[in-house]
Ligand binder design. Structure first.
Ligand code: HEC
Ligand code: HEC
Length: 155
């Protein structure tokens, strides 16, 4: 009896394999080209983080600046915040990192607090490092100066 059940189960699996194969289809050519839906392609190598320590231009006045250094292993949780060990008001002089601006100390009513506001505590919500890689998809983004230039040239 047990043997029969086992054989039936095996046959079931085999026929499911055949169905899965017949249902396979070319994958949508998104950011990773080629392959089929069922096929597992090798992932591309991860690009390196740009680590030049040079501030990048901001595209508009309220843009959170991108991070110009590596942040591997920098922990930010309820117990500790590695970023603040260099960027807070009290540590910036020692680390010579730019101090977080006054907006990071303001509560939602614009009242400055003595310590970093909870809404600005998780830095990577707004600030991100950049990778040494070409843009994944082409885009026509214009920064605010280019937008203003375009506007001025129109009648
Ligand atoms: C060891 C000290 C140190 C730590 C830790 C550190 N930074 Fe920095 N950061 C710097 C220094 C110094 C600069 C100035 C540019 C440079 O030297 O890279 C900088 C620059 C920046 C800038 C650019 C500011 C601008 O005006 O363009 C941002 C944003 C930033 N850091 C965010 C972060 C975040 C977010 C973390 C945590 C994930 C972090 N940093 C952790 C030292 C540090
Ligand atoms: C809710 C979004 C947000 C969060 C969270 C946030 N920032 Fe910012 N940050 C900004 C914006 C927007 C600016 C630019 C305008 C300003 O200064 O408010 C900025 C500016 C900065 C600057 C440049 C300051 C200057 O005077 O040029 C540094 C450095 C920085 N942030 C670091 C941090 C660190 C470290 C944390 C985590 C403790 C953090 N930020 C959390 C949005 C954020």
């Amino acid at each position: 009896m047990k043997k029969h059940l086992l054989i039936a189960a095996c046959m079931g699996l085999l026929s499911w394999g055949a169905v899965a194969e017949s249902l396979d289809a070319p994958a949508p050519d998104g950011r990773r080209l080629g392959g089929t839906i069922a096929q597992e392609l090798q992932a591309e190598e991860m690009p390196k983080v740009e680590n030049k320590d040079l501030k990048r231009e901001r595209n508009y006045p309220e843009q959170p600046p991108t991070i110009p250094h590596k942040i591997d292993g920098y922990r930010v949780d309820t117990n500790s915040n590695k970023c603040l060990s260099c960027h807070s008001r009290s540590t910036a002089a020692k680390s010579q990192a730019p101090m977080i601006s006054i907006t990071h100390y303001m509560d939602r009513d614009g009242q400055p607090l003595a310590t970093v506001s909870p809404r600005r505590y998780f830095c990577e919500q707004c600030h991100v490092p950049q990778h040494e890689t070409p843009a994944a998809i082409p885009n026509t983004f214009k920064n605010i100066d280019q937008v203003l230039e375009g506007g001025a040239s129109q009648p």
